[in-house]
Design a protein around this ligand. Sequence first.
Ligand code: CP3
Length: 349
Amino acid sequence: MTTSFPEHKNDLLLKALRGETVQRPPVWMMRQAGRYLPEYMELRKKYTFFERVETPDLACEITMQPIRRFGPDAAIIFSDILVVLQALGIEVTLNPGEGPRLPDPVQTPERALSLQVPDVHDRLHYVMEALTLTRRELNGEATLIGFAGAPWTLFCYLIEGRGSKDFSRAKAFYFQHPKESHHVLSVITETTIAYLKAQIAAGAQAVQVFDSWSGLLSPEDFNEIAFPYLKKIAEEVTEAPLILYPKGSWYALEALAYRTKASALGVDWCITPEYAREATRNEITLQGNFDPSRLLSHPDDIRKQVHRMIDRFGPQRYIANLGHGILPFVPVENAGAFFEAVKTWEPNR
Ligand code: CP3
C-alpha cells in the first residue's frame, strides 16, 4: 500500500541532514511535547501516559501542540523509547513523578536468552498509525521525526527495571553474562531496525536513535557494547536520514561520523562546538547542544546564547537543538525565545 502525503513545504531539516546549503539552521527541541506545556498538562489529567502513547489521535494531538505554539522545523512523534520493551513482552509502567518501572525486569541469563524479535507491525501498530495521522496533520510545514532508543539504553532499563544514576545492575549483568547480554542487544537491534523501517514507511521523514546512557560506558566498553549495534542500525536503516544521539560519548564522535552511515550526530553541552566540529572534521551534520538548564535564563540571555551557539557551530550542516530534553519547569516563554532566536539568526548581526 502506498500512502500519499501533503507536499513538503519546509525542508530545512532534510536539507541540513543532506548537507545542503540553508539560509538558517533548522530548529527543534528534544522532548518538545511535554510537561512544560499547559495544553499537555490538560491532557495528562484525563489519560494515563500509555493511553496517550497508544491512542493515535492523542499522540498526534500532543505532537502537534509545540508545532502550533512555536512553529519549529521538525515534529518528533509523541511516544517513548520503552514501547520497544513492551513489544518484547516486558511490562512497563509509568506513574507521574516516579519515572518508568518494570515490575519484572530481566535478571537471569536464561530469561535473557529467551527473548525473541517480535512483529513490530503487530505490537506497535499504534505508533505507525500516529505517524501517518501526524504527517497529514503537519501538512508539510514541519519534518516528521520518528525515533527509537539505542540497544544499550534499552538494555539498561530492561535489566535495571527503573531509571538509575549509574545503571550498575545493568552493567554488572553485562560483565557477568556477556554472551546472553549480546543476545539481548541483538534482539533489540533487530527489533529496532524493523521498527524504524516501519516508522519511515508510515510517514517518518527522518529518525533519531537515543543512546541516553551511552556516557556511562568507558570508551572500551562503548566500542564493545554500544558501537557495533549503532553501526548496524545505521547500516540497515537507509530509507531516511538517521540521527544518532550518544549522550556523553564525546570520545566516540569521530568513529560515529566516519565509521557509521548516520546522517547526523547529536551532541550534549559538555563539549564545545569547536571540539565537536574538529572531532568530526566538519564532515557530518551536528545537532545540539544548548544546556537545557540554560532555558531558565532570562529570554534576552537565551537569545544571545542561542545566536552565539549558531555562530560557533556555523549555520551549515547544523541543527539547532538542546543537548538533552527540555526540563518540565521551563517557562513556555523561554522555550519560545529559543525557537525565535534560531529563526531570527543572521550571519552579520
Ligand atoms: O521529544 C519528544 O517530544 C518526543 C517524546 C519522547 C518522550 N520520551 C515522551 C515522554 C521521547 C523522544 C522520549 C524518549 C525517552 N524516553 C528517552 C530518551 C531520551 C532522553 O530523554 O534521554 C528515555 C530515556 C525515556 C524513558 C522515559 N520516559 C523516562 C526516563 C521518563 C520519565 C522521566 C520524565 O521525563 O518524566 C519517561 C516519560 C516520558 N516520556 C514523558 C514524556 C513527555 C513524561 C510523562 C509524563 O509524566 O507526562
